[in-house]
Design a protein around this ligand. Structure first.
Ligand SMILES: Nc1nc2c(c(=O)[nH]1)N[C@H]1C(S)=C(S)[C@@H](COP(=O)(O)O)O[C@H]1N2
Ligand SMILES: [Mo]
Length: 393
């Protein structure tokens, strides 16, 4: 079907309330899609158009893996010029405190052991819109997160080939993306050597079994399972082993949180700020959707929950604003860095509006709080999730 015909049909069906019919596209067409300007990029909620920053509607999270074309998109400057990352032009440079600097093509990377890990990737600013007082930045609500299967090589295998010098302490990453104005600093970040050498930290060239899409970092990105996505550098071109953390705005100023709680907008003198690293325990209610309607019959409430490096131990639901909690049960796959799906069969007591709350607890005893301590950049939101539904008689 031609695009214009599809657009026309879309309008007609939308008018009839049947637009779901046209968003169901053949697999081949979907594979092509990750160009935000194309119809094929899936129904994301755009928060910023330049660069394209968009979140996934939470109702999509009923599947264990989040499809590539429905995976949230975030970057500071947008993807690099496509010619910079063609097979002919792209190379990964590994240098700094190494014995043997390397220049690797994708073919060279194929020489290392191939590994696959399913991991949640979540923006540190996911849920920023819920902080009070409000904080500036992309006003993400609940969907700047997804769970995907990442395939590539272990970062530590690549570092071992280069040979680490004794004073190596941090591993710095740089991608091929560039700010529009050269006075804006590059997105350069580093992770401590311990995380870099963790056997699960990887350089991924596939996402859910397909080559990494351009918007998600083609041809190669960092995946730091259990850590927030700002360590997951896309369009990776340079790995530099260093004695110090990366210099510059995106490491030394941005992506930091206060060590101890601070008063909102109190200024920061004397507050020590540490880099955002591990994810915090969190659950989301996927179905029923917020503002949805249910009948006066048993309703299967579904959701997802994840944490940082610890596994999720329980998910509980409350129907009385958090006074009492009922345990949900886990369903489906149980993999270390993936999210877990959960369900709860709810028997509404009568017609009217009901707020459903969820909270998760992880194996280290971290509990999802009612709300997250305010911080100047609005990071790490993990307050109880909440949907309001109307029970109809
Ligand atoms: N090179 C590069 N990598 C980047 C960024 C960026 O601006 N440039 N943004 C980071 C941030 S803030 C997030 S949340 C994730 C988003 O990954 P996704 O678009 O695949 O969901 O990419 C990270 N990697
Ligand atoms: Mo992010």
């Amino acid at each position: 079907m031609s695009l214009s015909r599809r657009a026309w049909l879309g309008k007609v069906l939308q008018g009839l309330g049947l637009s779901a019919l046209v968003s169901h596209r053949p697999v081949a067409a979907r594979a092509a899609g990750n160009d935000p300007s194309s119809n094929e990029s899936g129904p994301l909620i755009a928060r910023v158009t330049r660069p394209y920053d968009a979140e996934t509607p939470v109702r999509e999270f009923t599947s264990f893996l989040t499809p590539n074309h429905r995976f949230f998109v975030r970057s500071h400057f947008g993807p690099p010029a496509p010619e910079l990352i063609t097979e002919a032009n792209w190379k990964l440079r590994v240098g700094g405190l190494t014995d043997q600097p390397l220049e690797l093509t994708l073919k060279d990377l194929a020489q290392f052991e191939r590994v696959t890990i399913t991991a949640v990737v979540q923006c540190s600013g996911n849920g920023r819109a819920f902080h009070r007082p409000k904080v500036p930045g992309v006003q993400w609500e609940r969907g700047a997160v997804g769970n995907a299967q990442w395939t590539g090589v272990r970062l530590r295998d690549v570092l071992a080939k280069a040979g680490l010098r004794r004073n190596a302490k941090h591993v710095q990453f740089k991608g091929a993306d560039r700010p529009v104005v050269s006075s804006v600093p590059l997105f350069v970040r580093s992770i401590p050597l311990e995380k870099a050498l963790h056997p699960d930290t990887m350089l991924a060239y596939e996402m859910n079994g397909r080559p990494l899409p351009l918007l998600h970092g083609a041809p190669l990105r960092v995946i730091t399972p259990g850590w927030m996505a700002d360590s997951c550098i896309k369009w990776l071109t340079d790995i530099t082993v260093q004695a110090e953390e990366a210099k510059g705005y995106y490491m030394q100023t941005a992506y930091r949180v206060p060590v101890t709680a601070i008063q909102p907008n109190s200024g920061l003198p004397g507050t020590s700020m540490v880099p955002v690293e591990a994810m915090v325990v969190k659950s989301l209610i996927v179905s029923p959707v917020n503002d949805g309607q249910v009948g006066l019959v048993p309703v299967t409430i579904q959701g997802v929950a994840w944490s940082g490096e610890a596994s999720v131990a329980t998910v509980e639901l409350s129907f009385d604003e958090g006074k009492t909690w009922e345990p949900a049960r886990f369903v489906g796959e149980d993999e270390r860095y993936a999210w877990r799906r959960w369900q709860y069969v709810w028997k509404p007591k009568g017609p009217g509006s009901v707020a459903i709350l969820s909270r998760a607890t992880d194996a280290e005893g971290q509990v999802q709080p009612q709300s997250t301590p305010w911080n100047p950049s609005g990071f790490l939101w993990n307050g109880w999730d909440r949907v309001t539904v109307t029970v109809q008689a």
